[in-house]
Ligand binder design. Structure first.
Ligand SMILES: NC(=O)c1ccc[n+]([C@@H]2O[C@H](COP(=O)([O-])OP(=O)(O)OC[C@H]3O[C@@H](n4cnc5c(N)ncnc54)[C@H](OP(=O)(O)O)[C@@H]3O)[C@@H](O)[C@H]2O)c1
Length: 309
């Protein structure tokens, strides 16, 4: 059950899983608790801070630092990153802008892919690759332990079936050693999510999902039942911004931007959905944080539901 007060703040959310969301933030959606991590459901995806196509430094270094400081000023406690962004660039910006980190801030990273000279994302999931990647994230972020690490499966085109056991067990071992606190999986098939859960508890799944890409509808509901967060990447369409006449029609009717409607729809989709919209603009960040709290009507939701069907 989702209840908002007049300002759009969520007062109470309950799921049948063990994880609770409550309001301890003015950000839209309230918070989600994963073990000892309290994550604002409105988070921030840092990938777009690197240069074009996530390679090299940003055109505006100081602007990137300002966006990250604004993230914290807004009260966001969930930043999503990866050492492969840049590579290293995004993590180093996060460290430069925010280290020593506020206690409430959780920087979530991922391992399992590296970068090649053409900007590609070749998989790197052998045990040695993963140990190196965890070390690289610790070093570039300036941390002794990583709060949450996602094992990124598949490739740039999407999930690819096949066992993740060896890779995931390597991360479980790094967790036992205290280098990683919580585990998740990313770009994964439902079968891989189930396989990971059979090996060790997971805190989240991070897959592509938005108004137009609905392949994980069943998975989201299943994870909600189990109290596991679902973190959609490309919530605004990623490199190809969401464009739909149905989305524009709803946005016009509620006097909001399509971005605000797309984010609000995700927050209303299920209480276990956590947002990590990306932007290199502090103005867009503020706009998204303000806009994601729209309460969409049954009619709005029904029209939006048709987009990805
Ligand atoms: N696990 C994985 O394999 C994986 C893959 C991809 C991404 N991710 C994560 O998911 C996060 C989100 O994905 P994303 O950043 O690529 O895509 P996104 O959040 O869907 O969209 C970001 C794009 O939307 C634009 N935008 C944002 N707010 C806007 C606004 N208010 N008005 C107009 N344009 C706006 C941004 O441009 P401006 O910069 O100009 O605002 C940027 O081009 C990433 O940052 C990353 O952390 C994970």
């Amino acid at each position: 059950m989702l209840v908002r007060d007049a300002s759009g703040v969520i007062d109470q959310l309950s799921t049948r899983g063990s994880t609770m969301s409550t309001s301890s933030t003015p950000l839209p959606g309230g918070t989600w608790t994963a073990g000892d991590l309290t994550l604002t459901r409105f988070g921030y995806g840092a990938m777009q801070l690197a240069g074009p196509w996530v390679v090299g430094p940003p055109a505006d270094h100081d602007g990137a630092l300002a966006v990250l400081r604004e993230v914290v000023d807004l009260g966001i406690t969930h930043i999503d990153t990866a050492d492969a962004y840049g590579p290293r660039v995004t993590n180093e910006l996060i460290r430069e802008a925010l280290h020593p980190y506020p206690e409430s801030l959780h920087v979530v990273t991922k391992v399992g892919a590296t970068r090649d000279e053409r900007g590609g994302w070749p998989p790197a999931r052998r045990p040695d690759d993963l140990r190196r990647a965890v070390d690289a994230n610790l070093e570039s972020l300036g941390l002794d332990a990583l709060d949450l690490v996602n094992l990124r499966m598949g490739n740039a085109e999407g999930p690819v079936s096949g066992s993740l056991a060896e890779a995931f067990e390597t991360l479980v071992e790094l967790q036992r050693q205290g280098l990683v606190r919580h585990l998740g999986v990313s770009n994964a098939t439902p079968e891989q999510v189930a396989e990971a859960r059979s090996i060790a508890p997971i805190a989240c799944v991070q897959n592509v999902y938005n108004l137009a890409v609905r392949q994980d509808d069943e998975l989201i509901d299943e994870l909600a039942e189990a109290g596991i967060a679902y973190v959609p990447f490309f919530p605004l369409g990623g490199f190809t911004p969401l464009q739909s006449s149905a989305l524009s029609a709803v946005a016009d009717r509620v006097s909001a931007t399509p971005m605000a409607v797309a984010l609000s729809w995700l927050l209303q989709r299920s209480p276990n959905v956590l947002l990590i919209p990306g932007t290199k603009s502090a103005a867009h960040l503020r706009e998204n944080a303000a806009g994601a709290g729209l309460v969409l009507s049954e009619q709005d939701l029904a029209e939006l539901d048709q987009i990805g069907r």
